[in-house]
Design a protein around this ligand. Structure first.
Ligand code: UD1
Length: 367
């Protein structure tokens, strides 16, 4: 922090889980009185209003300076297209730092371009590992962290993963969790919207479901088993399920849509505030999202993660998250609802305190 010149920062976002991460980082930098000159690039990986614009509106993110409008495609096509379109933008602005967040294709593609041009990259949410290379995000995390110059981590397990991979200590900085910065800053606004009432459910009586991972929704057998399970759950408690476009498409392709909507409140994707509102008032959350595992840990709401692993182990060791399977779901749900009723209160992981973005601004000013 000894230096006084301003830092040129180029932020890149592309997909839904990026937006709540970049918002507090940009705000913290903007509050540093001219110490940062910031630009924002949206790759256009997500483009539906409900998957993108609503987050800019709700979180007050400045409109992107550039939208690369890459859209959907195979992983190779989407990654390549982002790289092609991002390179001239990066060369035009020549930032001191590229800042990328999370683990989506846009994160990895932008980092690859910067590394080849010798432009330094800071990765927010570095070091998370599921140790499952069948997940596209795990590949994105490994590549991004191997190339990035500054690895800004949310929790001690992330530091440990990076050290094990041979990353020198001076590249690792534990700053805490930026998702929690956004959650802490917006919780009152989320509550005021009374999402449960608008979705026609009683607080603490319903299960909030989000599922979109390829491993859960891309195969007919797996998705059919999930549908049967959700219908079973819906006989005991109302189920609110905002469906990702990919999930809705697969339900339709496999002819499962009609059966599901007979018992489950299948709705369009919700914005950030309603998602927080639905999570906080749920009896239990059932998800395969990384973000919701963290948000429920902060909110102390029981969460069941329908995956064989998680890259966010502190949500289990220190939080309210448990891994589940379709075979165990019924029993796990009963146990989760009992935990909810017992009012069990857990401490939050260290540095999940709403100030991670401040520490990121400090870290970049110190470079
Ligand atoms: C991406 C991220 C994932 C993240 C998820 C959150 C990668 C590898 N995956 O997955 O980590 O959890 O975002 O949503 O980056 N689609 C639309 N409208 C949109 C965007 C997508 O209809 O605005 C549909 C398209 O059919 C598209 C499919 O969803 O082909 C998948 O989109 P894509 O961006 O490839 O990956 P996600 O599954 O959204």
């Amino acid at each position: 922090m000894a230096q006084t010149s301003s830092r040129k920062i180029l932020h890149v976002v592309g997909a839904r889980p990026n937006f709540m991460k970049v918002a507090p980082v940009m705000r913290a930098m903007a509050a540093r009185d001219g110490r940062f000159e910031q630009r924002l690039v949206h790759t256009g990986q997500h483009y539906d209003e409900a998957m993108s614009q609503v987050f800019f509106d709700e979180l007050g993110i400045t409109p992107p300076d550039e939208n690369l409008e890459v859209g959907s495609g195979s992983h190779a096509a989407q990654t390549a297209e982002i790289m092609l379109r991002f390179e001239p933008v990066l060369l035009g602005f020549r930032p001191d730092w590229l800042v990328v967040v999370g683990d989506v294709n846009s994160t990895m593609a932008a980092t690859l371009v910067a590394a080849k041009l010798g432009i330094r990259t800071a990765h927010v949410e570095a070091g998370l590992r599921s140790f499952d290379r069948g997940m596209p995000e795990e590949i994105n995390r490994l590549v991004t962290d191997a190339l990035a110059d500054l690895l800004l981590t949310p929790s001690p397990d992330a530091d440990e993963n990076l050290r094990r991979e041979g990353v020198p200590a001076e590249r690792i900085r534990q700053v805490g969790n930026v998702m929690i910065d956004t959650l802490a800053a917006n919780l009152e606004r989320a509550r005021a919207r009374q999402a449960p009432r608008r979705f026609g459910v009683e607080p603490r009586c319903y299960v909030y479901v989000t599922l979109h991972r390829p491993s859960n929704v891309d195969e007919r057998d797996s998705l059919a088993a999930i549908v049967a399970c959700l219908l079973d759950v819906s006989r005991r408690a109302p189920v609110v399920f905002p469906a990702h476009p990919r999930t809705r498409q697969r339900l339709s392709d496999f002819g499962l849509l009609e059966a599901l909507v007979a018992g489950v409140k299948l709705v369009e994707p919700v914005g950030y505030l309603d998602s927080i509102g639905l999570a906080e008032a749920a009896a239990c959350v059932l998800t395969d999202s990384g973000g919701l595992q963290e948000e429920t840990t902060f909110l102390r709401v029981p969460c069941l993660t329908l995956r064989p692993n998680t890259e966010r182990p502190v949500t289990i060791s220190q939080g309210s998250n448990r891994l589940t399977t379709l075979a165990r779901l019924r029993a796990d749900l009963d146990e989760a609802m009992k935990r909810r009723e017992s009012g069990e209160v857990l401490p939050c992981p260290a540095l999940w305190d709403g100030k991670a973005s401040e520490r990121i601004a400090d870290a970049l000013l110190g470079t």
